[in-house]
Write a protein that binds this ligand. Structure first.
Ligand code: CA
Length: 746
């Protein structure tokens, strides 16, 4: 021992101590569910149940027991990350001082409503327990609209730390603090150092990443602490965090390019402090939204947030007088102070003001905020009387308009990157509000299960091999079957390709021909190409012709799976010719089935003619719950001629306010004889219902049915610009609350 460095001695000593600590109870390796259950039955304080490395398929793990603070009962992986729980599986536990450590849930889904539950029955909850070092990735129910929770926290004094929750794809909150019994209220849980990995846009309500409470119990106290977590592109819906109870604290969290906001949806006495929102000018990125009483928002850093309306960088809502618990309590005694808002577009005060939400904020303050942005020079929007907010010491870009007046001083827009890589204003401005060092409170690398990579799952088009495909029968279907994600299939210029089977797409793939004569593709099946779950398709410089298609109604060139797809897809169509989809009725270019969702669909520089159905037939929900089918739709530079139904129909029904889309951009198109089929139900050439952002410009519509619009809630942006309507009826709309300029009629 002599001569051993002091540090070494200390390390050995700690190791010895740890060994002694572990020897208090039994450590038992279990290799299957029966051994697991037997070990649980005998587990006493201090015992450790070690799950053997390997795959645990179709297991419902139920752990009950009573440990003590010094001697918990531990369930752990033999090697963290090497215990793979797959198939139809879940874990629930209840009792006192339980630790779950190092499990990996993948390639499956839960049979119940929860993957990991801090309870084993409504009456048996887990207290003083810990979930750590655990990963849930690719464990979504295959039905995207079926709701479940990945982690449901019940009981009191639980800690959820250093876990990775990645890619939840079906409906339902990723991590929820439940409060539906007395035993789960005033819970003092700590949720810290977790990595919340990417969550795709759900296209409906129910895509929250973290929720604490529900509207039912929103006036109860949770007293949950959420700190030092990393929210990486958690973009399921507009509430990244839905705070629905009182007494919670959110501090030191990082939100990286996440669409949505930290929303104080219900409950009072919330603290939101020292969180960093890095929008990097990505669409729909938002900050913090205040509703309710005694909310404290201070010292947060918000950069590059582009979200508007409820998704602004800083939002203070209007409330409902004598609000029922599920609506909006007015903002009272709340502060929004000392925040640093850089290059962000929207600060909304009295947001949501309408006949119902008629109570403006009162006895509140907004002080010492630095708001320097140049992209939107009208960053502050005032929707109602804001005399109930005391303004002082705020700083605004001198070029920006200030609708409030007193309480603001102007400063030049002078921003630089500091030594921590973050954009900051002049030091004197920071000193004046005592902001402290501008530095991420937690690094991504210090969050989540350390053994699990934080890699991106998405594969880009044209990122793989280039594969030449000879003309002939089913050569394309074979090439697709043998392809890998990101590959590019190159067809011969002028070649003839016949499909006698479905060409199926299971991963991102590009099918194209080089510049020159388009190869012609025909099919004897009712659909040429089927996008299955996990698929995404780009087609370029091809010719699809319907002459060989079967003589039935309802054919399509491209369609999605008929079954639910829990992975969002994309469809890009460039410089494509489509002819003679007329062998029978309702022949569609593209058909999306229910239970599917596209991040984007684009048709660019294409010519389509003689179609008995629609160009795009996107599934329409019947329940009007705000479930829609495409986030971004773009049609640019196309000609559409002799189309019996619409060029496009996009439908988002109901009055739900949780989503951003759909967004539709239609520019530089020529439509001739579109939408005049005798059995065509919408009697429109293009039909848009509930679209949140609609731009139609530089487009000529000739001898066609009208554009038809139904504008619903969410203050949709609707702009029609430079349209020529020739022998075509005027635009039909339920509301005149849209912008129309340079519309000519002949
Ligand atoms: Ca929601």
């Amino acid at each position: 021992m002599f001569g051993m460095p002091r540090l070494q001695i200390r390390k050995s000593f700690i190791a010895l101590l740890l060994l002694a600590f572990h020897q208090v109870g039994m450590a038992q390796i279990v290799k299957n569910i029966d051994q697991f259950n037997a070990a649980v039955k005998q587990a006493k304080a201090g015992d450790t149940i070690v799950m053997a490395n390997g795959e645990w398929h179709d297991v419902e793990l139920v752990l009950t027991g009573s440990g003590t603070e010094e001697n918990p009962i531990t369930l752990k992986a033999q090697t963290p990350g090497k215990v793979k729980i797959t198939g139809v599986s879940n874990l629930s536990f209840s009792g006192e001082y339980l630790v779950v450590d190092g499990l990996f849930f993948t390639d499956g889904h839960t049979p119940t409503g929860e993957v990991i539950a801090f309870r084993t029955s409504p009456d048996d909850l887990a207290n003083h327990s810990r979930l750590t070092n655990t990963v849930i990735d690719n464990f979504s129910h295959p039905e995207r609209e079926l709701s479940d929770l990945w982690v449901a926290i019940y009981g009191k004094h639980n800690r959820i730390d250093h876990n990775s929750f990645i890619n939840k794809r079906n409906r339902g909150v990723t991590v929820a603090v439940r409060m539906n019994s007395e035993g789960s209220r005033k819970n003092y849980h700590t949720i810290e150092y977790n990595y919340f990995g990417p969550r795709q846009v759900l296209g409906a309500n129910g895509g929250e990443t973290l929720r604490i409470g529900t509207s039912h119990f929103s006036r109860e106290y949770a007293n949950t602490l959420v700190q030092y977590n990393y929210f990486d592109r958690t973009s399921g819906e507009h509430e990244i965090i839905s705070n629905k109870s009182s007494g919670n604290t959110f501090k030191g969290n990082v939100f990286f390019e996440a669409q949505g906001t930290l929303t104080m949806r219900h409950g009072h006495y919330t603290t939101v402090e020292n969180n960093y929102f890095l929008g990097n000018r990505k669409p729909n990125t938002g900050g913090i939204r205040i509703i309710n009483e005694h909310q404290t928002v201070k010292n947060n850093y918000l950069y590059g947030l582009t979200g508007r309306r409820f998704r602004g960088a800083l939002v203070i809502m209007n409330g409902v007088p004598n609000s029922p618990p599920n609506r909006y309590d007015p903002v009272i005694e709340s502060v929004m102070n000392n925040n640093l808002v850089i290059d962000s577009d929207y600060i909304q005060l009295g947001a949501g003001a309408d006949e119902e939400r008629s109570a403006p904020p009162t006895t509140s303050e907004m002080k010492n905020n630095i708001m320097l942005g140049k992209q939107n020079l009208n960053p502050i929007t005032v929707f109602d009387d804001v005399s109930g907010i005391e303004f002082s010491g705020n700083v605004l870009n001198e070029d920006a308009n200030n609708p409030i007046g007193a309480g603001f001083k102007a400063a030049p827009y002078a921003i630089h990157k500091n030594e921590n890589g973050l954009y900051v204003p002049e030091q004197s401005l920071l000193d004046a509000i005592d902001f402290g060092e501008v530095k991420l409170p937690v690094e991504k690398a210090d969050t989540g299960a350390p053994y699990y990579p934080k890699k991106d799952h998405q594969v880009a088009f044209n990122s793989g091999k280039t594969i030449a495909v000879k003309p002939g029968i089913d050569t394309l279907a074979m090439a697709l079957a043998n392809s890998s994600a990101g590959d590019t299939l190159v067809l011969e210029n002028g070649g003839d390709y016949l499909l006698t089977r479905f060409a199926t797409v299971h991963h991102p793939i590009t099918i194209m021909a080089k510049a020159g004569d388009k190869p012609m593709i025909r099919s004897e099946k009712p659909s040429f190409i089927v996008i299955e779950n996990g698929g995404a398709l780009e087609v370029e410089n091809l010719w699809f012709d319907g002459a060989a298609s079967p003589d039935y109604k309802g054919n399509s060139i491209i369609r999605t799976s008929r079954y639910s797809m829990n992975i969002n897809y994309a469809l890009s169509v460039k410089n494509v010719k489509v002819t003679d989809l007329d062998i029978n009725g309702y022949f569609y270019f593209f058909k999306a089935h229910p239970g599917t969702f596209a991040d984007y669909i684009e048709i660019i520089d294409s010519q389509m003619s003689n179609i008995t159905g629609a160009v795009l037939s996107l599934n329409k929900e019947t329940e009007d719950l705000g479930v829609y089918s495409v986030e971004n739709l773009t049609l640019t530079g196309n000609t559409f001629k002799d189309i019996k139904e619409e060029v496009a129909t996009v439908y988002r029904g109901g009055f739900d306010e949780s989503t951003f889309g759909p967004k539709v951009t239609i520019t530089d198109n020529l439509l001739t004889n579109v939408g005049k089929g005798k059995t065509h139900r919408t009697a429109a050439s293009m039909y848009f219902h509930g679209v949140q952002n609609l731009h139609i410009s530089n487009t000529t519509i000739k001898d066609s049915a009208p554009i038809s619009m139904y504008l619903t809630n969410g203050e949709p942006i609707t702009v029609l610009d430079n349209l020529q309507l020739i022998n075509t009826p005027n635009i039909k709309s339920n509301s005149d609350d849209y912008t129309a300029k340079d519309i000519t009629y002949q």
